[in-house]
Design a protein around this ligand. Sequence first.
Ligand code: NOJ
Length: 487
Amino acid sequence: MNKKVTRRTFVKVAGATALASTTELPSFSSNAVAQTGNTGRDFPQGFVWGTATASYQIEGAVKEDGRGPSIWDTFSHTPGKVVNNATGDVANNHYHLYKSDVQLMKALGVKAYRFSIAWPRVFPNGDGPPNPKGLDFYNRLVDELLANGIQPYATLYHWDLPQSLQDRFGGWEGRDTANAFADYAGYVTARLTDRVKHIFTINEFGAFIEVGYRWGIHAPGLKLPPSRLNQTRHHAVLGHGLAVQAIRAAAKSGTKIGLAENITIPVPVVETASHLAAAERAMREMNAQYLTVIQEGKYTDWYLKSAGADAPKFTPDELKIISSPLDFVGINIYTAEFVRADESSPAGYAHVPRPKSFPHAPSFWLFIVPDALYWGSRHVSKLWGAKEIYITENGCSAADEPAQDGRVYDTDRVQYLRSYLTQLRRATAEGVPVKGYFLWSLMDNFEWADGYTNRFGIHYVDYATQKRTPKLSADFYREVIARNAIV
Ligand code: NOJ
């Protein structure tokens, strides 16, 4: 034994070790990391850790304080559209429980919260007279977040389109909806940006248009033919661009504007120069109707050529509006595609089919590809020079059954998060400018056409009692945030 270690100090150290071994994961405490310095798992200083939700998925209170009906009210009340005919009428009752939900966030230690504003609360008909009581709710929420040290990040459109716009203009199929969206965006921005410094225009063009207007699985439940579908896609990106301009005009200084898109991510099937070049080509083409035109101000030649007579009608001025400069790019990342180099294909790449055995979460589409976080953020930075990127959603569904002790040991979700974050860390370590990460979701909620069957939360929600219980993944995430590192 080292001479300097007296019997007294030895007993003290040994005692501390024995004590530590009786507590949870002693050797991995924040202190231990602080003492060992850079573990190779840390994130850049000031990295923004957050959680995300969306209005129709959690709020409930669909008829309160003057809220108008949305296309999701109509859709979920149409028998057979949502599993078990579930609706968002009550959902997580967040409209009334928002204060205790903010306490859940505080206990996690998140620095930021991404929520969405229900357009039909603010403009019950989508346009026309506003309903001040609707915005009051978000004023209360924002004040509560700030009082608890949490930065609000607000999304203006997360799919709950006012039904009246669907009835009058065919929703996003009509250009009038894009104009109404810009007016609504300006109205909200003028009133919130004294406190909300990050505004997202639209959440996931690639989901609400494709699933709602092409496959008819989400509201408004349409299966449009190609020419009308392409025009609808065009109006959605146009609505985004018009909103960016309206927000810039109305916002208080210091407001940052972006979007949250679920890019399709091509992963090079093997990391070689030729597959990587193919993946970069694929990235532009696979996102041609949405993020590519927003970033480049033009539709790709390949998209226009393949659409032929069904291509959207547009003017050069509209392309300028669509590509109005953004302050940051938000990307929602869950999964990815694999591509390979293929010089024989005119597009210069080919899809690699996914084997039947490829692992996925209970959501049938959620194939587990941790590299998605690396490649998604890298492509956005490399191809379009984005200087500020946020992962605006990432997470997974899981079976989540409470154990006998009442806790939910979602070890599968913890594995998912750990492996995805490892790839995100690879990106930040290589200098990809990812500034923050929003875990989807703070709590289980209404998962669109899946109703309440697929749980994505890190808090378990008992819908009969509205009790929220932290899952194991909440413990995991709290540690990640506290150490600013993967644990
Ligand atoms: C993306 C959507 O933005 C969100 O609403 C949805 O719940 C998650 N993906 C999970 O499917």
